[in-house]
Design a protein around this ligand. Structure first.
Ligand code: 3PG
Length: 214
């Protein structure tokens, strides 16, 4: 399966900031603020029209950060995020159509799973690394541990309700490569261009990962 270097970078970072960008011009200072705090991965969700332009700017102007496209739910979006230079793709769920498009795109893909049936579809498609979404709402670490019984080959990035308060519980599990969350980039900090706060939140998250992993 392609994408091993990108998956290794997600794992090394340990935390994936999930961001919503309303104005493409914040993308570059935001990515730089995360880097300054020691986080070299950013997931820009396709929830706003500015997302593609934001990904394009990050890929062009901040190549040191791994640019990940999130909330990719259609084959057309796969083509679009590839065109703007996204290096990996995350989806909230699994679909055969997106799986096929991702194969054609040749980028690493983390499909979302929350149930045993989702995991069966991912495994049938040869997928190894999945987003566990919505992590807390789907049952948190007990459900993740239960899913790893029948699916020991799957690795996960739990996202949804993850924060500094519970990230250690997830990262302590061997099947968890990293966690994702929006807490690192609060909407009000972006609105105020408060990059120092984003850097501070990134640093706290990075320190928390280091404390757990040594
Ligand atoms: C996602 O898309 O991964 C989630 O919306 C992020 O969840 P959070 O806002 O609870 O961190």
């Amino acid at each position: 399966m392609s994408g091993e270097p990108e998956i290794a970078r997600l794992k090394a970072c340990g935390v994936v900031p999930v961001v919503v960008i309303d104005e493409a011009e914040v993308a570059v200072p935001l990515a730089r603020a995360l880097l300054a705090g020691g986080i070299d991965v950013i997931e820009v969700t396709l929830r706003r029209p500015a997302a593609l332009a934001a990904l394009e700017r990050i890929a062009r102007e901040v190549p040191e950060i791994l640019s990940v496209a999130g909330t990719v739910v259609t084959p057309l979006q796969v083509a679009e995020v590839k065109r703007v230079g996204a290096q990996a793709v995350v989806s909230p769920g699994f679909s055969e159509a997106v799986d096929e498009a991702m194969r054609a795109a040749g980028l690493p893909w983390l499909p979302g799973v929350a149930t045993a049936s989702d995991c069966m579809r991912a495994v049938s498609a040869g997928r190894v690394t999945c987003k566990f979404f919505p992590a807390e709402q789907a049952g948190g670490t007990p459900v993740l541990k239960a899913l790893s019984g029948p699916f020991p080959q799957l690795k996960f990035c739990p996202t949804g309700g993850v924060s500094l308060a519970n990230l250690a519980d997830y990262l302590a599990l061997p099947q968890v490569i990293c966690v994702g969350g929006s807490w690192l980039v609060p909407a009000d900090a972006v609105a105020k261009r408060d990059w120092a706060r984003v850097t501070q939140l990134a640093r706290e998250a990075r320190d928390a990962v280091k404390a757990i992993r040594g």
